[in-house]
Design a protein around this ligand. Structure first.
Ligand SMILES: Nc1nc2c(ncn2[C@@H]2O[C@H](COP(=O)(O)OP(=O)(O)OP(=O)(O)O)[C@@H](O)[C@H]2O)c(=O)[nH]1
Ligand SMILES: [Mg+2]
Length: 264
């Protein structure tokens, strides 16, 4: 069983990507199980094989404990920890080769607190897993948003500790020349620097951002060169995204392990 965990900021297209990638994989005769791990989802575009809302529903938590939406989501994610074994059993019972996991929209309440990463770690334990970090094409077209999304991707990688690929969603909203421009900026820190300065950023800060990203994004699976453009609407890039996921799952990256790396 291989786990593909879809993470990204609110509204970035996680649920639609689970839907589109799931359909694409099924069309290509790859067995897939879709897991909705968002207890606050009101509506999702696919029929999940496993739905966390059967265990914890943020709306009921909100009413029952008189919490606001963020408090209810935090409490719901904390409550998920009690159900992981059952959820894992349900996943294993599907016998699917690939498990696509849709995560909560408020990613800062999920990835940046302790329980979200714990839930992911427990679910994927013993199997190979990859995180697909997605952000919106419209964000990616703005250099400041592009740089901050890359920092967010890096923070997520630190939190979840899994191999990660970056995908830019909603590619149907971009012209081919815009994709080319984004790719150039992603692959060349000097281009990123000049794009940030042209966007009005202080040159010192632009330099710091470009240098940090260059240092933070080494040439492994998180590298900008592994960035893919995808569209859940047109299906653009799903084959490419699958190929890079496959490369990570089959290739050099080790299983996630709780054991600390040996000190050299
Ligand atoms: N044009 C376009 N719109 C998309 C695409 N994918 C998603 N959307 C739209 O983006 C919005 C958010 O999509 P979702 O899939 O719900 O995003 P999400 O990240 O799951 O959102 P939350 O779970 O609420 O954070 C919806 O209005 C979708 O119709 C895409 O590939 N192209
Ligand atoms: Mg969603």
């Amino acid at each position: 069983m291989y786990y593909i965990v879809i993470v990204g900021p609110a509204g970035s297209g996680k649920s639609h990507l689970v839907d589109a990638l799931g359909d694409w994989m099924e069309f290509n005769q790859l067995g897939v199980a879709r897991v909705n791990l968002d207890p606050a989802a009101e509506w999702i575009p696919y029929e999940p094989e496993i739905d966390i809302r059967d265990y914890v529903n943020a709306r009921s938590v909100m009413e029952r404990y008189r919490l606001g939406p963020n408090g209810a989501l935090i409490a719901s994610i904390d409550m998920l920890t009690e159900h992981i074994d059952r959820v894992k059993e349900e996943i294993e019972a599907t016998k699917a080769n690939y498990v696509l996991i849709d995560t909560p929209g408020q990613m800062e309440l999920f990835a940046f607190r302790d329980t979200g990463p714990y839930v992911v770690r427990e679910l994927v334990s013993g199997s190979k897993a990859v995180v697909v970090f997605i952000f919106d094409a419209v964000f990616a077209s703005n250099p400041k948003s592009l740089a901050s999304s890359l920092f967010l991707a890096m923070s997520t990688r630190l939190r979840l500790g899994l191999p990660q690929v970056i995908a830019i969603s909603k590619a149907d909203l971009l012209q081919p020349e815009q994709m080319e421009e984004i790719n150039e900026v992603l692959n060349n820190p000097e281009r990123l620097y000049s794009a940030l300065v042209s966007a009005g950023l202080d040159p010192g800060l632009a330099d710091a951002a470009a240098r940090s990203l260059e240092a933070l994004l080494p040439s492994d699976s998180i590298a900008p060169s592994a960035t893919r453009f995808v569209s859940a609407v047109s299906g653009y890039g799903l084959d490419d995204l699958y190929a890079v996921i496959q490369q990570v799952l089959a290739g050099g990256e080790d299983f996630y392990t709780e054991e600390p790396s040996p000190r050299l």
